[in-house]
Write a protein that binds this ligand. Structure first.
Ligand code: PRP
Ligand code: URA
Length: 209
């Protein structure tokens, strides 16, 4: 089974509580998600490889550690994945970026794809899939499947809140994909929303409802 890491840093937990409050408006919600994404990004990139290169400081030469290997790829699941993307790009400015457009059919909760564009050469890169909500996990499962079809081999999943039901489904579908989340909430409601959750992430990020 895939690993799940709940990133329980106090700053993340505090900021997530602010996001959950229904009074929190769009601008604040968006900036909190960006701030949290920096902290989640710190954790998800913890095992990036390093090599040393000779450099000169003003005082001496040294073998300095620098990132090795090919640049990572961030794949945002539209729309709400973009709320995590900007902070991640602040951390890894040279990352390549892909997008998977998916919406959840409100009746069936099946993820329907409407857009797909990712870098061509995913084989040798760390691919980090971003979607703040892992509810039924239909969207996350579909996004990772599409990344695999595009030849991704080393994939990590980053979300903000996961439902226990979704985590179970995701881990069964993609047992080799490590999931990073800020919280695992109680359950899904009858409409597939995470409880207590944050509501509809896309609507709260973009003020569409
Ligand atoms: C939301 C969210 C996830 C998905 C999670 O997207 O951003 O992508 O639902 O639910 P699931 O785990 O049950 O698939 P939504 O379909 O509302 O689209 P949006 O981001 O464009 O608003
Ligand atoms: N999508 C959301 O945006 N929120 C949920 O709680 C579930 C799916």
């Amino acid at each position: 089974m895939s690993q799940v890491t709940v990133v329980d840093h106090p700053l993340i937990q505090h900021k997530l509580s602010l996001m959950r409050r229904k009074e929190t408006g769009t601008a604040r919600f968006r900036s909190l998600l960006r701030e949290i994404s920096l902290l989640l990004g710190y954790e998800v990139t913890r095992d990036l490889g390093l090599e040393t290169r000779p450099i000169e400081t003003p005082l001496a030469t040294m073998d300095a550690p620098v990132l090795s290997g090919r640049k990572p790829v961030l794949i945002s699941v539209l729309r709400a994945g973009n709320g995590l993307l900007d902070g991640m790009l602040d951390l890894i400015p040279s990352a390549r970026v892909g997008y998977v457009g998916l919406y959840r059919d409100p009746e069936t909760l099946i993820a329907v794809e409407y857009y797909f564009k990712v870098p061509e050469d995913l084989e040798d890169r760390l691919v980090i899939v971003l979607d703040p909500m892992l509810a039924t996990a239909n969207s996350a499962i579909a996004a990772v499947e599409r990344a695999r079809e595009a030849s991704a081999r080393h994939i990590k999943m980053v979300c903000l809140i996961a439902a226990p039901e979704g985590l179970e489904a995701f881990r069964a579908a993609h047992p080799d994909v490590h999931v990073y989340t800020a919280a695992i909430d109680e359950r899904l409601d009858d409409h597939g929303y995470i409880v207590p959750g944050i509501g509809d992430a896309g609507d709260r990020l973009y003020g569409t409802r």
